[in-house]
Design a protein around this ligand. Structure first.
Ligand code: SF4
Ligand code: FE
Length: 508
């Protein structure tokens, strides 16, 4: 999947092997797939995936998709790495077995903090979106909503949900958490749209289940998922009750079609190039997922018509996913490391303004880290037993994520210099006619080969302009809700009366 020399586990060598054997014995009952087993499990799926107007028969090996599969595979491999097991695994509250943290329901604030640390760790190792958080966040949000719904309405959703959760944990599945509808005219409610399918809805209720129609947009990691968990995207009223629906399905259920999104510079992956791709191993993907009259059995339906619970479910998922943007701190680590290296290649690393820019990048990145740790540490227990992040702090964190990566990227481009966007290709470096010129004129410091300089610049290009900029920039802006969504939550979350009372008290 990726170069084995890329050794993410520093506990290598004989000691590492010994540790791994001990861990294996300790966790022989653990339900943990390896990256290879995950890859093989994807091969068994029969997904309907389209790209460039054609159906892709071999999804797993497609060069445009494979880097994203590699990133998810790392969430499996790292769970077996002794150095990272505390962060990457957890104990299931259902079965007591060791499971991948991505399938875990948070049982404490310590679990929430570890989730944030896991996001940073994986972001720094992949330099991209590793896609598996949306499913984790959907599971946790549903664990709260189905419990509360049953308590109020005497329904049976929580039992169904727990059965599904156990299935996910026992099989170590990757789930796509699907929330965002196409939404059509934003000024109109779901039922009032010119086309009623612009929000996913129930079109038929049967004795054995429901038929759903619609689409979910921007679905991160969709074709790398075993299951898809659908949730409503906004708070709803009585007239929208057909749109208030949550359920889970196998990702290859009949009637589901995936249309992959394009990314900037994506065809670099088709050129047979290596370092022109910037990131040699990993990437992300998004897809438009169409549900064309898809059958969902009742056992997998977790909300159906109880419109007053749609808003709460959206808020819970959104808050969890805003915490998940700890991933951008890890990607920021990569970009800062790349900028420092580019400065060293140019012989300017000691210049005071460069040092100050690197400090600023670190300051911004660690400020982001503060937010995702704080909202986790300030979490609380819900009635279901699930631990929920502090909603206000999670929204503040995500609001910072909509800004700071842009400034970090700007500083990285400032440090990298214009060659970042005028650099000839890898093929030109390797061609006999031009290679010697590039060796000579694309060099910075005499002791750094031109290729090293080109590689690090390509990585910065990838992170700030290319395919990974989807994850580091625009996804930072719009993923888990656009900036205004967080501002609404911040306005709602602060206690203004208390602040005013504090001020008035002091001035008499
Ligand atoms: Fe996870 Fe970040 Fe990707 Fe969202 S953007 S799925 S939080 S890695
Ligand atoms: Fe995202």
């Amino acid at each position: 999947r990726y170069d084995p020399a890329y050794n993410v586990c520093t506990a290598g060598g004989p000691k590492g092997i010994f540790l791994t054997v001990i861990e294996c014995l300790r966790w022989r009952r653990a339900m943990l797939m390896t990256g290879s087993q995950y890859e093989e499990s994807l091969r068994k799926l029969n997904l309907v995936v389209y790209l460039f107007g054609e159906r892709i028969e071999n999804v797993v090996d497609h060069p445009l998709i494979r880097p994203s599969m590699n990133a998810v595979a790392l969430t499996y491999d790292l769970a077996h790495c002794p150095q990272h097991t505390e962060i990457m695994t957890a104990t299931s509250h259902l079965t007591g077995r060791r499971i991948n943290r991505f399938t875990h329901i948070h049982q404490s604030t310590d679990d929430l903090v570890k989730k944030s640390k896991m996001g940073r760790l994986l972001g720094s190792l992949t330099g991209c979106c590793f896609q598996r958080c949306v499913g984790m966040d959907a599971l946790n949000a549903l664990s709260i909503t189905t419990h509360d719904l049953d308590a109020r309405r005497k329904t049976d959703y929580h039992r169904r949900f727990l059965k599904f959760l156990e299935y996910v944990q026992e099989n170590d599945l990757t789930c796509d958490g699907a929330m965002t509808d196409p939404k059509g005219d934003r000024s109109l409610a779901p039922h009032a749209q010119a086309d009623p399918d612009l929000y996913l809805r129930v079109v038929e209720r049967r004795t054995d289940g429901i038929i759903v129609r619609g689409a979910k947009a921007h679905q991160t990691g969709a074709v790398n998922s075993h299951a898809i968990i659908v949730m409503p995207t906004i708070a709803m009223r009585e007239a929208d009750r057909d749109y208030a629906v949550a359920f889970a399905l196998p990702s290859d259920a009949p009637g589901i079609t995936y249309i992959l999104g394009r990314q900037s510079c994506d065809t670099r992956k088709l050129e047979g190039a290596t370092f022109d791709r910037g990131n040699l191993f990993f990437g992300g993907h998004e897809a438009l997922v169409v549900f064309d009259d898809v059958f969902v059995p009742w056992e997998r339906v977790f909300l159906c018509g109880e419109h007053e619970f749609a808003g709460g479910l959206v808020e819970q998922f959104a808050s969890y996913h805003r915490q998940s943007y700890a991933c951008k701190v890890g990607v920021g680590d990569v970009l800062i490391g790349a900028a420092q290296t580019a400065a060293e290649h140019n012989g300017v690393a000691k210049a005071s303004h460069i040092r100050d820019k690197i400090i600023e990048m670190n300051h911004l990145n660690e400020t982001l880290y503060c937010g995702c740790i704080a909202c986790a540490a300030e979490g609380h227990r819900e009635a279901s037993g699930t631990y929920m992040v502090d909603t206000l702090l999670a929204n503040v964190h995500k609001q910072n994520v909509t800004r700071f990566p842009y400034e970090i990227a700007r500083l990285a481009q400032d440090i990298a210099g214009g060659l970042l966007v005028t650099l000839p290709s890898e093929k030109d470096l390797k061609a006999p006619e031009t290679g010697r010129w590039l060796e000579k004129y694309c060099r910075g410091r005499a002791d750094v080969p031109a290729e090293h300089r080109m590689r690090i610049l390509r990585l910065i290009e990838n992170l700030t302009l290319g395919a990974a900029a989807v994850g580091y920039l625009t996804e930072s802006m719009h993923g888990a809700g656009s900036p205004q969504a967080q501002r609404v939550m911040i306005a709602r979350g602060v206690n203004m009366k208390e602040k005013q009372a504090a001020a008035k008290r002091l001035c008499g």
